[in-house]
Design a protein around this ligand. Structure first.
Ligand SMILES: [Fe+2]
Length: 160
């Protein structure tokens, strides 16, 4: 038994643990995003972060998880982003660092929601849970695509 988790013996237990870890992670991100909005230089990146903050707040309200589990993985991603960005003065480099950190978060979430959906189907949980998780997964994927577009545009601007 890990410090952050109750005994995990079944897929049910793993589902609950992962759901709670994801709930914890989403709340961590809600706390981290305002600083990222402040640090971002490009207006479109600021806007994308603001939009995703609102989206995430709405997602968490619906998510049937609790604070019963932490997530050292998300703590690490956010800690690394804090460390890296605290050393950057150049606004272009800052935006690139914020994008790579935000995409690490999105990829974490895409991984979690993808597995939660598969397990929820396997466990024959309430279809409303599956559809909620599926909607959230779609929003995370869209946020990831948006960040890739912003990164590409920034690189093109710099090259021009
Ligand atoms: Fe997200």
């Amino acid at each position: 038994m890990g410090f952050f988790s109750a005994d995990i013996e079944t897929v049910d237990d793993l589902f609950m643990h992962t759901l709670n870890a994801t709930y914890y992670a989403e709340n961590k991100i809600i706390n981290a995003l305002p600083t990222m909005i402040e640090k971002a230089d490009n207006d479109m990146l600021k806007q994308a972060f603001k939009m995703h903050l609102e989206e995430t707040m709405r997602q968490v309200k619906m998510l049937p998880g609790s604070d019963a589990a932490g997530s050292p993985a998300i703590d690490g991603i956010i800690q690394e982003a804090d460390d890296v960005t605290s050393d950057i003065d150049n606004p272009f480099v800052m935006d690139a660092a914020l994008i790579v950190a935000a995409q690490a978060v999105e990829h974490y979430e895409i991984n979690r929601y993808g597995s939660l959906i598969a397990w929820a189907e396997e466990l024959k949980l309430d279809p409303r849970i599956v559809s909620l998780l599926t909607q959230t997964l779609g929003e995370e994927k869209a946020a990831d695509v948006k960040l890739t577009q912003l990164a590409t545009q920034a690189i093109n601007r710099k090259a021009a």
